[in-house]
Structure formats: C-alpha cells, structure tokens
Design a protein around this ligand. Structure first.
Ligand code: HEM
Length: 534
C-alpha cells in the first residue's frame, strides 16, 4: 500500500498524519519513516543473529544512548517555572532599562530554583544554599539575575570557586559523602577560609532548610549599578521578598522528609502552581551612591557583606508571579542557561571580584553543558524581543543570516546596524591602578557581620545554629579541623563557640582564630590538638 491508500488525519498545523490501524498516528523514526514493528529487532530467523540492516533499532538505541547531558557543575538539582514580572513605577531617574520605565509593564520570566552541592538526583531538603535564578525576557534582551537565597557568599574572589566547590562535592577517592557539607574536606576548606564565616552562619541557620521555594528570599548578592539615560550611575542591591513570608523546617523534619519524599520542594511548587496558588515575590532594591558607600567600614564590593536593611531600607519596585509549569522539564528547566553577563542597557556591574569572575565563567559552562555555541537557539534561552546579528553556523544552528549579506559594513544597505543611542553603553567608570594580585584591606573584617547575623537571630534560631554546627563538626573526623572551626566561632560569639566546643567534647577552648589567611606553616599539626578529648 502507498501513503495514498492510507487513512490520513490533518493535524492542527494543517500537516497530514498517517494513521495506524487503530486510528492513532503512525510511529515514525526521527527521519519520519513509518515503523512496522517496535517490539522485535530484525533477525535472521526467529532465533538467529541480529542484522545490521535494522536502521530503526540502530537509531532508537543510538538516540537513547545520548539522552544525558552533563549535569550543571554546581546547582545540578533544580526546578523551574514560568511567570511574569510587573513593574510598579518608572525608575527612569535611576536606570534606562526598558523593563523599569512604565508602571504596569509585564515582562515574561523563567525562574529556576536549585540546591548547590548535590547531584541531579539528590534530595530537596539538604542543608544547602538555594539558587534563585531569574531570566527576564525584556524588550532589550534577556536579563539574568542569577542569585541565591542567602545574601552573601563563601568567598570574596572568583579564583577560589573551584576549590570551594571541590571541597563541598564528594571526596574524589571515595566519592562520599554525597550529602552536603558534613565532611572533612568541606570543613577543612572553610576553616582555612575566614572570609566564609558570615556565609557559614547563614548556612548553619534555618535559612538553609527552607519549607518550600515559595517561602524563600532571593538575593542578587553583588552590588550592581543602575545607569540612567544621562549615563549617571547608582549602586543597587537586588532582593526578592516572598509574599508568603519566610518559613523553614526543623533539621529533624528535614532528615525525615528527605527519606520519605526527596522531591518535596518540586512537588510543592508543582502543586501550588497547578492548583492556581501562584507564588509571588516583590523585587526590592537598595539604592545608594559612592558617598553613602564610603560611610561603611566594609567594602560594598565585598560579596561577604550585606548592607543592613535597618540602615538602608529596601524599596519594592515590582512583583514576580510564577503561574505556569514547563511543559517539558528537560527542554526548559534543564536546558535553560543563566549567565550573569546577560544584562540590558541601564544595568551594569560593579568591580566586585566575585561578580567579575562569574561574568567570565558562565558562558564557558553553557558552551560545554549545552554542546556548542548555539544554545541561544533553544526556545527557553532565545530572547523574546526582535534580534538581528551576523552570527552563523556552528553545531545545531537553527537560524542563520538570510540573503547575501553576513557582515557589516556592507555596500548593499542590508542587515542590522549598531546604535550608539539604543545600544548597551558600559558605564564609563574611571579606573586606574597597578597590576597586582592583592586582596584590598577593606575586605579584611570577616567576623563583624557573622556576629551581627548570629545575634539578630531569636533564641530558638540561635539554638538551631549551635545544633547544626555541632552535628556537622561531629561528622568531621580530623580533630584539628574541628578545633580550627571553633577558634573561628570564638571570634563570632564566645557562648556559641563554647556550646559547640563542649558538645564536641573539648576540655578547654582554643584561642580565637587569626583572621589572616593561614600560611603553610600554620597548617602544621599544632600542639593545641591535645586539648581535644578523643
Ligand atoms: C550556576 C548562583 C558564584 C559558576 C549557578 C546557578 C546559580 C548560581 C543560581 C544555577 C543556575 C541555574 O539554575 O541554572 C551563584 C551565586 C554566586 C555564584 C549567587 C555568588 C554570589 C559563582 C562563581 C562561579 C560560578 C564565583 C565561578 C567563577 C557557576 C557555574 C554554574 C553556576 C559554572 C553552572 C551553570 C550551568 O551549568 O547552568 N550559580 N553562583 N558561580 N555557577 Fe554560580
């Protein structure tokens, strides 16, 4: 029989489908060829060897063999949703970013929440930082605000990121523990990295075991710049505030939930959106200038510091609503590519050394993870505004320049043109200096804000922090690492240090740690080891 003898069905797009005998569409190969038998391979006789002419079997198995792509090197486990951002009022005085010009303007959004350290198949309620990555499809291109649910970070310098991540992931010889932070390598690195102490206080707090994504804050972490039409800059810190408020679970609940339902956070987001309870966050900003920045002892370029909200209250500038789940997890949530360097005109970077390193890193990682330079051709990553350029070819190119012209300038008066007026102008910050590898003095205080965070917590929350530190450090087998950690706690809060020290069986407390970066000599086993009861 030829196709003309078959029953045909016209699809929504007008295309003709061949119908199988029971009226369903005919199964085809990826090349569109109709398949007669999807249960048995082609063999020489029913009990004979398989034949290589079986192109359908070959294609089916080949495609299956290539289903996996590398999981993200960090933030591997995540869950995303679509929605929109709505601007409250014009911010033209501060920024020329188009999405902030008109009250009521809605910008499509995609958000991916994640844990950081676990693999793709790990459980949702790990004690961990949560990623809060937002892609806003603005009329001037995509803006990715790639944040976390904690407003500070472990390290001040991007060059330390591979060490941080290696230390938190499973140890390379034994490949355990898979669970987040409770192990020697992680605490070894942290105890040798005093700048991480503020972040550690947050990670040991209830913030690191949120009740659901819907009850979490999000933070841009770094200081960014707003730049207005007159090229004037205002420093800005971004905060997402959940409409539902903040909620966490207790540690013993987290442990049970992880066992009983490792998909707890996924299920929560899925169910709330599917039932029409759309989660919502307000985008708030802290706006300030250089004179204000100069009033602080710390440096606003240091990503281990916050600007306290009591000193500089946050200003709500819009709301984010998540109202639609992806139709396909892999195509959307897995293949979405966030990059801190995706900013529209009117939003710019500061010299925060962590941010500058991130701006360099994310393009690399997407190229590797998504298999080539054309990942912006995937619908989830493509801008939703008109776009025109002369980029062409490469693996999996889905679109190319049309016609004769793929360069400029050209004599044919064809193709897009750059625009000094509409285009992105980097803020013309004046910079000068000597080439050095040097941490600024203004980045040196690692304990004051850790202390402020600890004392800002309620008594039960403080007890949770002490219990979390005790639990985590009790899993550390190397005594000198425990001792070093407690010596850092001595600089944060002596009561906390002694609570943890006694729970760990210390007979006496170690001296407060030296805030300076340890030298190799400092790392020799110290006689102080003997104070630890073993
Ligand atoms: C992924 C946040 C620091 C490199 C992510 C994701 C988030 C995030 C939310 C997941 C994105 C997604 O859902 O797809 C942050 C924050 C940081 C930070 C808030 C500090 C404030 C860094 C640094 C580097 C880095 C310093 C490297 C220098 C990466 C890489 C990925 C990633 C390679 C994987 C991206 C992918 O494969 O899609 N980060 N990160 N991050 N981050 Fe960061």
């Amino acid at each position: 029989a030829t196709i003309h003898d078959q029953k045909l069905h016209r699809g929504a797009g007008g295309e003709l489908h061949q119908l199988a005998e029971d009226g369903m569409p005919v199964l085809t190969t990826a090349q569109g060829g109709p398949v007669s038998d999807d249960q048995n391979t082609l063999r020489l006789g029913a009990r004979g060897p398989a034949l290589i002419d079986d192109f359908h079997f070959r294609e089916k198995i080949f495609h299956f063999d290539h289903e996996r792509i590398p999981e993200r090197v960090v933030h591997a486990r995540g869950y995303g949703a679509h929605g929109y951002f709505e601007t409250y009022e014009s911010l033209a005085a501060y920024t020329r970013a188009d999405l902030f010009q008109r009250p009521g303007e809605k910008t499509p959004a995609f958000v991916r929440f994640s844990t950081v350290a676990g693999s793709k198949g790990s459980f949702d309620l790990a004690r961990d930082v949560r990623g809060f990555a937002v892609k806003l499809y603005t009329q001037q291109g995509n803006w990715d605000l790639v944040g976390n649910n904690i407003p500070v970070f472990f390290i001040q310098e991007a060059i330390k990121f591979p060490d941080l991540v290696h230390s938190v992931k499973p140890e390379p010889d034994r490949q355990f523990p898979q669970a987040q932070s409770a192990h020697d390598n992680f605490w070894d690195f942290i105890s040798l990295t005093p700048e991480s102490m503020h972040m550690i206080m947050w990670v040991m707090s209830d913030r690191a075991i949120p009740r659901s994504f819907r009850f979490m804050e999000g933070f841009g972490v770094h200081t960014f710049r707003f730049v207005n039409a007159a090229d004037e800059s205002t420093f800005v810190k971004f905060h997402w505030k959940p409409k539902l408020g903040l909620q966490s679970v207790a540690w013993n609940e987290a442990v049970k939930i992880n066992g009983a339902d490792p998909d707890f956070h996924r299920r929560d987001l899925w169910q709330s959106i599917q039932s029409g309870n759309f989660p919502e966050w307000e985008l708030c900003v802290q706006l300030f200038d250089q004179d204000f920045a100069d009033t602080f002892d710390f440096d606003i370029l240091d990503p281990t510091k916050i600007i306290p909200e009591e000193i500089l209250p946050v200003k709500p500038i819009g709301r984010l609503v998540l109202d639609r789940m992806p139709e396909n997890f892999f195509a959307e949530t897995e293949q979405v590519a966030f990059m801190t360097q995706n900013v529209p005109p009117g939003i710019d970077f500061s010299n925060d050394p962590l941010l500058q390193g991130r701006n360099f890193s994310y393009l690399d990682t997407q190229l590797k993870r998504l298999g080539g330079p054309n990942f912006t051709h995937l619908p989830i990553n493509a801008p939703k505004c008109p776009f025109h350029n002369f980029q062409q070819d490469g693996h999996m190119a889905m679109r190319n320049p049309v016609g004769r012209v793929n360069y400029q300038p050209n004599s044919w008066n064809q193709g897009p043109r750059e625009s000094p007026v509409q285009g992105y102008r980097h803020f013309p910050a004046e910079e000068q200096g000597t080439k050095v590898r040097l941490r600024p003095e203004s980045f040196a205080d690692h304990y004051s804000q850790a202390r402020q965070f600890f004392i800002s917590q309620t008594a039960p929350e403080q007890r949770h922090i002490a219990a979390a530190l005790t639990f985590e450090l009790s899993k550390v087998e190397t005594p000198v690492i425990r001792e070093r950690m407690v010596s850092h706690l001595m600089n944060i809060d002596e009561t906390l240090a002694s609570k943890v020290g006694h729970a760990l069986g210390f007979k006496s407390m170690p001296k407060p740690a030296d805030a300076a970066m340890p030298t190799r000599q400092d790392l020799e086993p110290s006689p102080a080891l003997s104070i630890i009861e073993r």
